[in-house]
Design a protein around this ligand. Structure first.
Ligand SMILES: [Zn+2]
Length: 234
């Protein structure tokens, strides 16, 4: 699905795959935001090819976190030449290819790799002329990052499993799974408070699951999601 001129939805629920994957065009190629489960690789390629994009044009993969339904094909894209970015505290999941020995969720596995760039805190970067702010928002996992991307007239927020939008009219919000060993509802609450106070005005919010939220109401989703957290996740 082409969301905007330079913004594509290339895998996820719409295509029967777990974990949404987005591609963004920049001056020297494309970067992905998250990269799905290992099983999503063919779907990602099929959609990239449909839009005339070669997998070799993927220069970077920006991961919101290390779970296998978001980082599952990182090793493959790294082999093709992409640089993998992830929050430092989540990098062990990419290295071990699972959630760690202490996690009872041993069925979540993926091909392992070493991330190229580890993010410790809020980081501003520019990839091929596209400005990106990565914000450290621990909670769902300890190394969780969201990405705020300025793309032409749009202000696109990629929120992974921090929260995402659903419902026929896009007026429902959910926060992600709480089973990670580093999950912290306290940190999640602090991250929500910080995001709320930042008063970003995204025109598009794209989560790790669920539907895109497009339009000026996107900003409301932060409020709806924060309310959802306060009622359900504390
Ligand atoms: Zn997750």
């Amino acid at each position: 699905m082409k969301i905007r001129n330079k913004l594509f939805y290339v895998s996820g629920g719409l295509y029967g795959q777990l974990g949404n994957v987005y591609a963004v065009r920049h001056a020297e190629g494309y970067f992905l935001i998250d990269c799905g489960t290992p099983a999503a690789y063919d779907t990602i390629l099929e959609n990239l090819h449909y839009w005339g994009i070669s997998e070799k044009e993927i220069t970077h993969v920006l991961l919101t976190h290390g779970h296998d339904d978001h980082a599952g094909t990182a090793a493959k894209f790294q082999e093709l030449g992409a640089k993998i970015l992830v929050g430092r505290s989540d990098s062990f999941m990419l290295e071990s290819g699972d959630f760690g020995k202490e996690s009872p969720f041993q069925n979540h596995t993926m091909p392992s790799c070493h991330a190229d760039i580890l993010l410790d805190a809020d980081t501003h970067m520019c990839i091929g002329g596209v400005d990106i702010d990565a914000y450290a928002m621990p909670g769902h996992t300890d190394g969780f990052m969201i990405y705020d991307v300025k793309l032409d007239d749009d202000h696109v927020l990629f929120t992974g499993d921090f929260f995402y939008c659903d419902g026929e009219r896009g007026d429902l919000a959910f926060t992600g799974w709480k089973g990670d060993m580093s999950y912290s509802s306290e940190k999640l609450g602090d991250s929500f408070k910080r995001l709320w106070e930042m008063q970003l005005a995204p025109t598009i919010i794209l989560g790790g699951h669920g539907n895109p939220r497009i339009g000026k109401e996107a900003k409301d989703l932060i409020m709806i999601a924060y309310k959802y957290y306060l009622v359900h996740n504390r």
